[in-house]
Design a protein around this ligand. Sequence first.
Ligand SMILES: Cc1cc2nc3c(=O)[nH]c(=O)nc-3n(C[C@H](O)[C@H](O)[C@H](O)COP(=O)(O)OP(=O)(O)OC[C@H]3O[C@@H](n4cnc5c(N)ncnc54)[C@H](O)[C@@H]3O)c2cc1C
Length: 379
Amino acid sequence: MEFGWTAQQQKYRERVQQALKDLLPDDWYSKYVPESYASDANIAYSRIFCAGLADRGLLVSHWPRAYGGEESEDWEQFILAEEMKGAGEPRGGQYMNVNWIGPTLMRYGSPAQQAEHLPRMARGDTVWCQGFSEPGAGTDLAALRTKAERRGDHYVINGSKIWTSYARQADFCFLLARTGAGRKEISIFLVPMTTPGITVTSFPGLTKDGHLNEVFFTDVEVPESARVGEEGAGWQIITHALSFERVGVPRYHVGLEIISLATEVLKAEGRYDDPVIQSRAGMLVANFEAARLLTYRVVDQRVKREPPNTISNVARIASLSAVNDLMNFLMDFLPDCLCGGHPLLEEYYRINVPAGITAGTYELQLDLIATRGLELPRG
Ligand SMILES: Cc1cc2nc3c(=O)[nH]c(=O)nc-3n(C[C@H](O)[C@H](O)[C@H](O)COP(=O)(O)OP(=O)(O)OC[C@H]3O[C@@H](n4cnc5c(N)ncnc54)[C@H](O)[C@@H]3O)c2cc1C
């Protein structure tokens, strides 16, 4: 197979790279990236960075013109994602706005919701968090218990969410809550985080501060107009919304950069001549390149408007396996770097410990490949 970027795609990538050069502060890699893209400082900076991207027509270039976009092609959206991920995701949580929250509101939101939220997302000055997971409802999301009870023209929400990245700094929560007793009687609400009755508490973990929060809802009142779509239509909407995300994060892009960083350290220490290290490093590069090609197949499917199939799960497994091998490489040969010796390598390690958990666990991907791809019997 011959694969090459068109002149237009190459030009688009150069535009994005130039924007990164112009916008990122000098201490981006020394101060911000090691603190993780969900830290308070990074989220605050995302408002400045995304506004800059928006000024250059790059924040929502794939959106329809009616909402401030340029209707750029899917490959360009993916090039943007690669470059952003490679730079440590300076959009912070706003990648969710432009990738799936905005497009979901375009399709299912009321005109008032679109008028309120889409221009702010397109300007880059609004931070959202995703209120899906709960204790006891992660992979099995339909088990969620947070309740929204209708009382006349408003709802009263009670319950709690967990692992809610960016919650401390978010302006709004894209919230899933139960509006009926049936397993999938779930609705979506757009909730300002300043609404009385919402509290956020953070808890420590291997990922740095900012990712791990609990959000508590105690008699939180929201108007009926905060609901997206019909009551009980949340499951269908969320399934559609997350299909925007099925291509996933271009983990190979940053993975290859981390291999380069690690091999530079090993060379500087005079250890890179070791054939075991060299062959492990070579395998890592091959694995990430395989993940890249599989991911490109998924993007190609999307460009051709073909229905999604299990190739996206295979691509995700390939990426996660490559990340796992790279983490083992770092632990085997550069353990000191993970204890303060090299903040960028350490942050890569920390942020990737839960890589196989977020956005559909590793085991769930295998399950989907087995049942939907290979049509193996359940049980
Ligand atoms: C850093 C981080 C950030 C996150 N950010 C957010 C966020 O912003 N918003 C949000 O809503 N959520 C967020 N999450 C939550 C994330 O989506 C969940 O952790 C994930 O869905 C898994 O759910 P769980 O933690 O309840 O684990 P469980 O669902 O309990 O899974 C535990 C283990 O059991 C396995 N398992 C479960 N069911 C099956 C099955 N049917 N077949 C085979 N194996 C199975 C899983 O693969 C996993 O290994 C975040 C999580 C992390 C770690």
